[in-house]
Design a binder for this molecule. Structure first.
Ligand code: NAP
Length: 311
């Protein structure tokens, strides 16, 4: 007979893995569907220094690896499959994957969010060829080269500081005249000898034949447009696009309520509009998207799923 899990967790970032730990410890049969990348956003984060108790040299991947081990130790099963659809009509809910369908008495959606793109010509074509969305993954390739970081939030500023360890020079390209990032991060970049800021600017075109060779910058205040070409000796430079995230909720559209930006609406007990379906972490409407709030959401969702199953 096909297995019906007590809880199916969709997503293996901090929220999903924390839910798996709590569900496993509560002796619920637990399946985690991990999609394409385990760890969610922290898997591509270079330093995690604001998660209480994390070690000084903690990285996203190392924290993720420990969370996975811990969840498995308490019995959570992990399957790599991308969710393509759902059927939440009945008590037993169906999560449809690319490889198989999975049945559960409750579901926790912890699919997080994906990096947003700038949307300019050349961005897509040159992704992986100079354009990157992940400093941890790609910093190595730009050792000694120039790097442009697009964005003005915590991610852009934090990763600009990280990238400056590799690059000859880092320029933060921000569309306004004020950074959104936390003040302590701003102070770090303002006094960093290798980091400059290009204010009121956006990239409108990225050019190159197989590798990024130049980019066109538009100053929104002066209206001026400038093309910056790679240094002749370098031949290329890096463009790290770190302009926020978009929730991964496409497959739940139509059955789970979201806000206008696509984030899932859940109450403080992580309950969505569908009984037995919970949402946790960056995927839900909330004011602070951090590892610490994601793990807290995951714990609450698992405890609420346990209560729901007991009713
Ligand atoms: P964010 O806070 O949404 O900031 C996105 C930045 O990109 C903003 O500066 C925004 O400009 C800019 N932007 C957005 N769309 C753009 C576009 N199309 N072209 C050019 N620029 C664009 O995103 P985030 O920095 O990735 O952070 C996401 C969440 O994670 C936040 O809640 C953040 O606090 C949290 N986070 C925390 C830490 C930490 O505490 N250490 C680290 C990383 C992330 P505007 O400012 O003009 O809107």
């Amino acid at each position: 007979m096909e297995k019906v899990y007590d809880v199916i967790i969709v997503g293996a970032g901090p929220a999903g893995l924390s839910a798996a730990l709590y569900a496993g410890r509560a002796k619920l049969s637990t399946l985690v569907l991990e999609g394409t990348k385990v760890g969610g956003q922290i898997a591509i984060t270079s330093e995690v220094d604001n998660y209480p108790g994390s070690m000084e040299d903690a990285t996203g991947p190392s924290l993720t690896a420990r969370m996975v081990d811990q969840a498995k130790r308490f019995g959570a099963e992990m399957v790599s499959d991308s969710v393509v659809g759902t059927d939440f009509k009945d008590k037993v809910k169906i999560v449809k994957g690319e490889k198989a369908d999975y049945k559960g008495r409750s579901v926790i959606i912890a699919t997080g969010a994906n990096p947003r793109q700038i949307g300019c010509p050349g961005e897509k074509e040159l992704t992986g060829k100079g354009v990157s969305y992940c400093a941890t993954c790609d910093a190595d390739f730009f050792e000694g080269l120039e790097i442009f970081v697009v964005g003005g939030g915590d991610t852009a500023v934090e990763e600009a500081i990280f990238l400056a360890k590799f690059a000859r020079k880092v320029t933060i390209v921000h569309r306004r005249d004020e950074l959104r990032a936390a003040k302590y991060l701003q102070e770090k970049v303002f006094e960093h000898p290798k980091i400059e800021i290009m204010w009121n600017s956006v990239i409108v075109d990225i050019k190159g034949d197989g590798l990024v060779e130049s980019a066109v910058f538009h100053n929104r205040e002066t209206g001026e447009t400038t093309e910056i070409k790679a240094d002749e000796d370098d031949g290329t430079f890096g463009i790290f696009v770190l302009v926020g995230y978009e929730p991964v909720t496409e497959v739940f559209k139509g059955c789970i309520d979201t806000d206008e930006s696509g984030y899932i609406i859940a109450d403080s007990r992580m309950r969505t509009n569908v009984e037995g379906v919970f949402a946790a972490g960056d995927v839900r409407v909330k004011t602070l998207r951090q590892v610490v709030t994601a793990t807290a959401d995951g714990a609450i969702a698992a405890v609420e799923a346990e209560k729901y199953l007991g009713e």
